[in-house]
Structure formats: C-alpha cells, structure tokens
Design a protein around this ligand. Structure first.
Ligand code: FES
Length: 195
C-alpha cells in the first residue's frame, strides 16, 4: 500500500513538472521566426521532455526519501494492544518489529530491548519466571532474570530498557527510540499498570 502511494506520488509529481514545462515551451513558440526554426524547436521540445522525465524520476525519489518509514516499527513509538499485555508474572509479550519484550512484574511494566548488551545477539525468553536465566543468550551464554538483570555470562550489564508510557485510557506505548542502559533492576524502572 505504501509503495503504491509512493509510486502515485512520483507519477503525479512528474506529470505536473511535464505539464509546466510544456506550457513554458508553448510560450516560447510562435512569432515570425517560428516557421524557419522547426528543427530547433524539435530539439528544444525533446530536451524539455527529457528534462521533465528526469525531474519526474527525481520527484519520485524525493517522495521515497521524505515518506515516513518507521511508523509502528523499531525507532518509533509502538502501541501494545490490550490483548497482548501479559498478566503479572506472565510470559513476556515479544514485539518483533519493535524489538522488545514487555514484562509485567509486581511493580508494573518493563520494556526490555531484545539485543544482548554483549555483542548484540537477540536474547530469547526461555523462562520460567523465577529462573535466574529466564532470558538466555544463545551466543555466549549471558543470562538475565525476568527483569532483564544480568545474572551471569560475559554481558557487561543488564538488558537495556525502552521507555513505557501508560495513558489515561490504559493504552500502553513503548518508545523504541528511547533506550537506556542500567546496571540492574530497580523498582523505579517499572511503569505502574492496572488492568
Ligand atoms: S551476544 Fe549475548 S552473550 Fe554474547
């Protein structure tokens, strides 16, 4: 759908440029010397057409660059549907596009960045909830508890956090562009949530 919109934008932009240049070309025609300069007119019109086509392609490219790409994906704010919010001590919800786990502990919600702070592998949830290796990185064995606190392995710190916001209507949003590092879990890191 997005590609179709981009293509239409490029075509419309190109058509507009071509129309403007065609009008400009017409204004240049006529006058007493017009009949004698047919060849020059042909060359000029061909040049204008080529220019219009080139500008159309550039317009399409510009549209591609300016179009927002990150809606709902990593780097932007992601809304977590009610149905995906885990119960307290439930299996964390994983958002693949946003690259985070939403953990619900006794203090509230935590969004853990899935990227291992060691060398960047994706850390899977393996559970169970009370295990010191509830998150276990398969690459070099770093281990984290359910709050993402490092409990072993070569990782230099605990799993990073993303900012969680709970709005008045209980809508949960995770800002995947706001990532912070921390040494270990503290209660203040959790965003209170009441279902
Ligand atoms: S990348 Fe996770 S332990 Fe090395």
């Amino acid at each position: 759908m997005l590609r179709l919109a981009r293509t239409i934008f490029g075509l419309i932009f190109g058509w507009l440029v071509a129309a403007v240049l065609a009008v400009f070309g017409r204004f240049q025609q006529g006058g007493p010397m017009a009949a004698k300069t047919q060849r020059r007119t042909f060359v000029r019109n061909a040049t204008l057409s080529a220019t219009a086509a080139t500008l159309g392609v550039l317009g399409a490219g510009f549209g591609l660059l300016m179009w927002p790409n990150k809606t709902g994906a990593f780097g932007s704010e992601v809304t977590v549907p009610d149905s995906e919010i885990p119960p307290v001590k439930g299996t964390p919800f994983r958002n693949i596009q946003g690259k985070f786990y939403l953990v619900h502990n006794e203090d509230g919600l935590l969004a853990l960045y899935q990227k291992c702070p060691h060398l960047g592998c994706t850390v899977p949830w393996v559970g169970p909830w009370d295990s010191p290796e509830a998150f276990h990185c398969p690459c070099h064995g770093s281990m984290y508890d359910h709050n993402g606190t490092r409990t072993g392995g070569p990782a230099p710190r605990s799993m990073d956090l993303m900012k969680v916001t709970v709005e008045k209507d209980n809508t949960v949003k995770v800002d995947t562009g706001a990532i912070t590092e921390r040494a270990k879990y503290q209660k203040s890191q959790a965003t209170p949530f009441t279902a």
